[in-house]
Ligand binder design. Sequence first.
Ligand code: HEC
Ligand code: HEC
Length: 217
Amino acid sequence: MLHRTFALLCVVIGSTTAFAQLPWNALDPDQSTALSFKGNVVRGEAAFVICQGCHRVGALGRLDGSYPRLAGQHAAVIVKQLVDVRSGRRNNPKMLPFADHQALSVQDIADIAVYVQQLPVPPDHGRGDGKDLTQGRRLYERDCAACHGPNGMGDASRFFPRISGQHYRYLVRESQLIRSGERRNANPDMIKAIIHYSDQEIAAVADFVTRLPVSGR
Ligand code: HEC
Ligand code: HEC
């Protein structure tokens, strides 16, 4: 019995280590398969019903930052983040039962991704106090725009998320989780960009991002 417990423990520790060593964008078979499937918006809407309890109808997320807005996010980013959660590269114990292999097929992932991508992004998403916008702009243009784009639209082909239209509090929280390494699936160059930021600098840049235009996709 002891031996079996020990062997099991080794397997568990072994696999955790394997996750930690995977590159941020390791091509998971589910990821490449979902990206190769053609998503269907109507099926995606039906499959998204189980997500709405947290992400809300219209994938609007919550102003308090507890649940991100998914509306308008690039389909490729949705696919990557979902696959990262279910393969253990990104911690999200709350969401895991809704995203694991029993709950979602790879086709469901492809369908949900195209469904949320085309949803409109309303402008209300909270803001900071507006006091450090000049500094926020300077930091954004220097450290973030190269990947997230001048308008915060990201880049689907490189899995860089759209951050315009995202809730202020979510932007702050995720920036902190990426800085501390807790969000383990983040691009190492994103970590490099933010690792020396103070909480004040994170708040300033997030405040600036919330003021980027949200119109258009
Ligand atoms: C029980 C609540 C819950 C449910 C149900 C849920 N999620 Fe989530 N989801 C979360 C939380 C919490 C986060 C943010 C985690 C964090 O802060 O790192 C999240 C994050 C995400 C992200 C990453 C977004 C980003 O900007 O990084 C995606 C994509 C996502 N969820 C998709 C889905 C889909 C699709 C479903 C339905 C199949 C779903 N979620 C169901 C709680 C939930
Ligand atoms: C090298 C490209 C790169 C740079 C530079 C970069 N990011 Fe990112 N950022 C990414 C990638 C890639 C992700 C998604 C990581 C993942 O897969 O989990 C991300 C994720 C994020 C998220 C979470 C978004 C979400 O939907 O969950 C925020 C917030 C963010 N970045 C803000 C910033 C800020 C602020 C800066 C500048 C200080 C910055 N990024 C610089 C590439 C970059």
